[in-house]
Design a protein around this ligand. Structure first.
Ligand code: ZN
Length: 234
């Protein structure tokens, strides 16, 4: 292979590897952010379970206060029974007492029901808390691993970029300019091998004449379709 062609082939290899590392370097923070989002939704579920428990406890306290009020009311009416003079009034107060008794019984049922709901809600809080803590542990481990991987990739990327600078300095100026232009306009692929008679950049077959020139390796061969620099990979 011509020396100048070999130089841009090496440069292309470095640029492909750099592009691959750059994608990885960009991917890792996104993965960490995704993991954080999952963790946040788990924290949200835990918060919700605690809010539900608090609401149930509030409901129970309200019903207990109501029960105290109704009980006091009933006691007051019962005290009044002794002071009543007429049968009619007596019957009316008794009826009121019956009504209060019914309300008490209904409130007592509601309070008992609330205790069952609270117990279930407490168990849900424990479950969500355990789930969140487990996920948080896993996430922190993953993040530490990914951050380590990111630092390693960044170090590798810096090393390759330095190597790339050295390699670019070896390439003759006008060829480097052509290479850079192709790299930008051809999606990071300026120099490509030929396989089974076709350009691997655009997959269009070479003419027999171009193919022969390429195999001889004496001149620079450009793909007639995509203008990329071609090389023969024997
Ligand atoms: Zn091509």
């Amino acid at each position: 292979m011509r020396e100048d062609l070999a130089q841009v082939v090496d440069l292309q290899d470095l640029d492909l590897e750099i592009a691959r590392l750059q994608r990885e370097v960009q991917r890792i923070p996104r993965e960490i952010a995704d993991g954080e989002q999952v963790l946040n939704s788990s924290r949200g579920a835990w918060d919700q379970s605690r809010e539900r428990l608090a609401a149930l406890e509030q409901f129970r306290r309200r019903k207990e206060r109501e029960l105290e009020d109704v009980t006091a009311e009933q006691r007051k009416r019962q005290g009044r029974l002794f002071e009543i003079k007429t049968n009619q009034e007596y019957a009316a107060v008794l009826k009121e007492i019956e009504g209060l008794k019914e309300r008490r019984s209904k409130l007592e049922d509601e309070i008992l029901g609330a205790f069952d709901d609270i117990e279930a809600a407490q168990s849900a809080v424990r479950d969500e808390s355990a789930r969140f803590q487990e996920r948080e542990k896993v996430f922190q481990q993953e993040r530490t691993t990914k951050e380590g991987e990111l630092r390693r990739l960044q170090g590798e990327l810096e090393r390759l970029q330095e190597e790339r600078r050295r390699q670019a300095n070896r390439v003759e100026a006008s060829l480097l300019q052509t290479y850079q232009r192709l790299l930008r306009s051809r999606g990071g692929l300026a120099v490509v091998p030929v396989k089974d008679g076709s350009c691997l950049g655009c997959h269009v077959a070479l003419t027999p004449q171009t193919y022969n020139e390429l195999r001889k390796g004496e001149v620079f061969v450009i793909c007639a379709n995509c203008q990329r620099i071609l090389y023969w990979k024997g």
